[in-house]
Design a protein around this ligand. Structure first.
Ligand code: TYM
Length: 328
């Protein structure tokens, strides 16, 4: 069975973008692959987090993994920081990565372009830790949304370089990007990605949003004057985004939705998108509340950590021997 691994960084509440671009795909893949899914809590602290809020977001995210359908009998779910080897290998990989590579990372460049103050060293080296998360388990596939593809490609480059320098050590993973829904856009500004850390919560649907609020966000999503439900990312980014959301959640092809809406106004279309989103959120939220009340989360995370820690420590040992830092 091929191995698949992915993670989410709950630096805020999980969003519909996280669900469509990543989480629901983890669920779909869990029968076919050996699936490792973790909570990237170390990645969260690359930007200051209020500790109390962070704890809540981490527990909520792990609960949402289960609520969205990850089954701990099939998928191994764990907390990144429980596996100390990620950070240790991360430092070793940092010594096998170049500043020029990190300077080219789009997410980092965007922060620089926005002239954001106090960019931490952790934020800069974050893709190296992500490479460690991935290659420590020799996974074959990494299902992610489009924005993380570049980071998975860096992980491949680092793994290949390490193999060339020290002999075959790491499997080279492949990113898996969904065909539809790899980049869900902000509802207020559909030229930018829907993001949990955004200042304007109106553009972002959170999985735990009150359904009335979620509906209102969709109904007020920015559209255009074309009066045509048609997919054209350049001319009609808002409508294209709503089409993508609907198609992703229903599996109805975009062309078929367009055909159904010929000559029908945006108001009716938005209402149907809101209905579809609310049905999805309602079922996730139902399960979220049940799981929260059941108190199974700590056991799931403990079992997950136990399972993967044996793999991670074996790989780290192999690496340390290869690079010559073990002296026994
Ligand atoms: P993060 O937390 O930003 O996003 C988690 C996953 O959700 C996807 N995603 C989206 N997909 C479609 N539309 C959107 N608007 C949208 N927003 C987010 C992301 O592409 C991602 O797949 N660095 C990673 C976490 C991480 C990781 C890893 C992932 C750490 N180590 C190892 C895979 C493997 C991150 O910040 O994702």
């Amino acid at each position: 069975m091929k191995r698949m691994l992915s993670g989410i960084k709950p630096s805020g509440q999980l969003t519909l973008g996280n669900y469509i671009g990543a989480l629901r795909n983890f669920v779909n893949y869990q029968d076919e692959y050996e699936m490792f899914v973790f909570i990237a809590n170390l990645h969260c602290i690359t930007v200051y987090q209020d500790p109390q809020e962070l704890r809540t977001n981490l527990r909520d995210a792990a609960t949402l993994y289960l609520a969205c359908g990850l089954d701990p009998k099939k998928a191994t779910i764990f907390l990144q920081s429980d596996i100390k080897e990620h950070a240790q290998l991360g430092f070793i990989l940092a010594c096998n990565s170049y500043q020029g590579e990190l300077n080219r990372m789009t997410q980092y460049k965007e922060k620089i372009a926005k002239k954001e103050k106090s960019i931490t060293v952790g934020l800069y080296t974050y893709p190296v830790l992500m490479a460690s998360d991935i290659i420590i388990y020799d996974c074959d596939f990494v299902p992610v949304g489009e924005d993380q593809k570049q980071h998975v490609e860096l992980a491949r480059d680092i793994a290949e370089r390490f193999n060339n320098n020290y002999g075959q050590t790491f499997n080279i993973p492949q990113p898996l990007i969904p065909q539809v829904g790899a980049r869900i856009m902000d509802l207020v500004d559909p030229t930018k990605k829907m993001s949990k850390s955004d200042d304007n919560a109106k553009g972002c649907i959170y999985l735990l949003d009150d359904l009335k609020i979620a509906r209102k966000k969709i109904m007020s999503a920015v559209t255009d004057n074309e009066a045509n439900v048609h997919y054209d990312k350049t001319k009609q980014p808002g409508i294209s985004n709503l089409l993508t959301i609907m198609s992703s959640l229903t599996t109805e092809p975009i062309a078929s939705i367009e055909a159904r809406y010929q000559g029908i106004g945006y108001g009716t279309f938005k209402k149907e998108v809101a209905d579809v989103v609310c049905v999805t959120l309602a079922s996730i939220q139902d399960r979220y509340h049940q799981i929260k009340a059941s108190d199974i989360l700590d056991q799931v995370l403990a079992d997950g950590a136990k399972k993967v820690s044996a793999i991670a420590s074996k790989k780290l040992h192999e690496v340390q021997v290869k690079i010559g830092i073990e002296i026994k």
